[in-house]
Design a protein around this ligand. Structure first.
Ligand code: COA
Ligand code: AMP
Length: 630
């Protein structure tokens, strides 16, 4: 069947399409129906079924006689460690961990926060929660204590599972003080924590609250898989929105299993037993879907890579891993390739490795710039597939589905909508626009299985963020267009979200931090173009009248404040002091115009601008930090 056949078979009978896809899953009680319309724009999938994610990701492969196959390869150039875990070992390790969590009172529906670096134990912790029907929420290690505290207060976890440390090339990230700080800051207190002590750092445990990962599993009964309803939350993953309060994206169990399993063959073209590698982090959605769940559900070998594209030890690391572990399908963010390309533009490292097992490369997380795609195509000589998705959807909205048909690649486009997604480009009034016209990208409801049914404890915010603007549609927050052949082009965000090194960040959240500095009267944060990271945040500070301090000192303080409050991952290092911010007559800050000035792009003077002269001041300020120089 061609892509067109598959897409139209979905469109003509979505219910039959997803019921058929559901057959690849081991259900405790099979679904009789796929879609459940809850009314008012809310939908659920496979709500009448019973199933367990861990069973499908781990145990069933052991039962099927594939227990000796490697499930996880841990490759850590940072610690010079390599380790393989078979499916049967993984089953035993996860069952023991789940048993120990259960012995401490964790049950179906309880929330568990996981704060761990890229080590196999992070996946084991996720799977142990899934085994019990507990709802995990993984928090990325690059976030500071305050961000962790915000998530603790929203998810209200009974337990937190952490590691003693993470390892960045230039430093040890001390997780335990961050964890303790977050628990102190949070109003909600977990009953207990479990700490995986790494060789590189042994954290001090608080008696009666903190348990050692190994010690607390001693002598417990391993736990069996607990069947849960298809609409039981598998996890909550927080992502950046317009404000500093992150959105808790909920993932339901049944749809998650069905959709992710479907993608492995149809999009990524891998079969059980193949090695699949997503070089991301379990703290992000790519890590949830394509380091942990999808490859395991499909019976692949997944790689947990603790390293960076460059510097661990060199720009050949990716190719070494691909050769050594016989990776068939490789997924990363464009920024990682830009980092490699910058150090090895001619591909000298590529030539040193045998990459004959590699069949395709997938890029997502941010816009894939044409230079990077062409470089990757030239060097690797395999299809380089840009695909577009979001934390909210959990899997590709648009892609080139190599397992169905290799469509012609159009550079600059993540190709075509996947089955389940009726993607439309709308004007401000919500009417579809003709091919080639820019507009807001929206998806006709219902969204397919595996996507978010709501936000955690925030249905109103869910409606406001995604459903209210275009009734009957899900608003993606991205703007772009579709060409005559149905290929999508993703051009920009329509909100205050920026994308720094493939990491989604809220400029609104950073503004809240800047505004908390005692000398700052008003501020704005914009995302400017960066050759390596795609975008970088830049802060503009208007100081309180009478502030009589060195501007450089204040800038240093706000940079530190963002690092301490949000975390190093915000990559907030640039700020300037200005007298005023450009605004419309109604007082709205003209951030988009400021971005255009920084990036040396042409712009139309906003008709409603209050005082155009301010734009010259903004340009001059940007020039002091190396932007707006043309
Ligand atoms: N724990 C603690 N700190 C972390 C961290 C983690 N898990 N991940 C990143 N950080 C820190 C970095 O050490 C850096 O700190 P610094 O300011 O002290 O240097 C800061 O956060 C910014 O990190 P990053 O933006 O990732 O920059 P980098 O210079 O460390 O690396 C790249 C640049 C391009 C190599 C890197 O961003 C990369 O590999 N990106 C891939 C993107 C990706 O996987 N995205 C996931 C979505 S698919
Ligand atoms: P996240 O939720 O962190 O995965 O970020 C999702 C956002 O990243 C999307 O809404 C887009 O703005 C951007 N994004 C992800 N993939 C792509 C892509 N292939 N092309 C362009 N933008 C992308």
């Amino acid at each position: 069947m061609s892509y067109k056949d598959v897409y139209s078979s979905w469109k003509s009978d979505p219910e039959a399409f997803w019921m058929e896809a559901a057959q690849a899953i081991d259900w405790d009680e099979a679904p009789k129906q796929a879609l459940f319309d809850k009314g008012n724009g809310l939908y659920e999938w496979f709500a009448d079924a019973k199933v367990n994610t861990c069973w499908n990701a781990v145990d069933r492969h052991v039962e099927a006689g594939r227990g000796e196959q490697t499930a996880i390869i841990y490759d850590s150039p940072i610690t010079h460690t390599k380790r393989e875990i078979s499916y049967v070992e993984l089953r035993n390790r996860v069952a023991n961990l789940a048993g120990a969590l259960r012995a401490k009172g964790i049950e179906k529906g309880d929330r568990v926060i996981i704060y761990m670096p890229m080590i196999p134990e992070a996946l084991e912790a996720m799977l142990a929660c899934a085994r019990l029907g507990a709802v995990h929420s993984v928090v990325f290690g690059g976030f500071a204590a305050n961000e962790l505290a915000v998530r603790i207060d929203d998810a209200k976890p009974k337990a937190i599972i952490a590691a003693s440390c993470g390892l960045e090339p230039n430093r040890v990230v001390h997780y335990k003080p961050l964890l303790d700080g977050a628990i102190d800051l949070a109003k909600h207190k977990p009953d207990f924590t479990v700490v995986f002590q790494r060789e590189q750092e042994v954290a001090k445990l608080i008696e009666g609250r903190d348990y050692n990962w190994h010690g607390f599993q001693y002598g417990v009964e391993p736990a069996e898989c607990v069947p849960v309803e298809g609409n039981h939350p598998a996890y909550i993953l927080y992502t950046s929105g317009t404000t500093g309060a992150p959105k808790g994206v909920v993932r339901h169990t049944g749809g998650h299993l069905v959709a992710l399993n479907w993608t492995m063959k149809n999009i990524y073209n891998v079969d059980p037993g193949d090695v699949f590698w997503a070089a991301s982090d379990v703290g992000w959605v790519v890590g949830h879907s394509y380091i942990c769940y999808a490859p395991l559900i499909n019976g692949n070998t997944t790689i947990v890579f603790e390293g960076k594209p460059v510097g661990t030890p060199d720009a050949g690391t990716f190719w070494r891993v691909i050769q050594e572990h016989k990776v068939k399908s490789f997924f990363t963010a464009p920024t990682a390739f830009r980092a490699v390309k910058r150090e090895d533009p001619k591909g000298e490292f590529v030539k040193k490795y045998d990459l004959s097992g590699l069949k395709a490369v997938y890029l997502a997380g941010e816009r894939a710039d044409p230079d990077t795609i062409v470089w990757a195509q030239d060097q690797l000589k395999v299809p380089v597939i840009d695909h577009w998705w979001q934390t909210e959807t959990g899997w590709g909205i648009a892609a080139n589905p190599l397992g169905i048909e290799e469509l012609p690649v159009k550079i600059g486009s993540p190709s075509v909508p996947m089955p389940g997604y009726d993607v439309q480009i709308l004007d401000d009034a919500g009417h579809p626009v003709p091919a080639g016209t820019l507009g807001a990208i929206a998806i006709k409801l219902p969204l397919p299985p595996g996507t978010l049914p709501t936000l955690w404890n925030a249905e109103d915010r869910f409606r406001k963020s995604y459903l209210n603007t275009f009734p009957g549609y899900y608003e993606t927050g991205d703007a772009g267009m579709m060409d005559e052949d149905g290929y999508l082009y993703i051009m920009a965000r329509t909100d205050d979200v920026i994308n720094v090194a493939g990491h989604r960040l809220s400029t609104g959240g950073m503004e809240e931090v800047l505004a908390s500095h005692p000398d700052v009267a008003e501020c704005a944060v914009i995302g400017v173009t960066d050759q390596l990271k795609g975008q970088l945040p830049v802060g503009f500070l208007c100081l309180n009248a009478g502030t009589n301090r060195e501007h450089a000192e204040i800038v240093k303080e706000v940079v530190k404040l963002v690092r301490d409050k949000i975390g190093p991952v915000a990559a907030f290092k640039l700020a300037v002091v200005v007298d005023r911010l450009p605004k419309t007559r109604s007082g709205k800050i003209l951030r988009a115009t400021m971005v255009k000035i920084a990036d040396n792009e042409e712009f139309k003077m906003p008709a409603t601008i209050d005082d155009p002269a301010i734009l010259d001041e903004i340009r001059e300020a940007l020039q002091t930090i190396g932007y707006a120089t043309a």
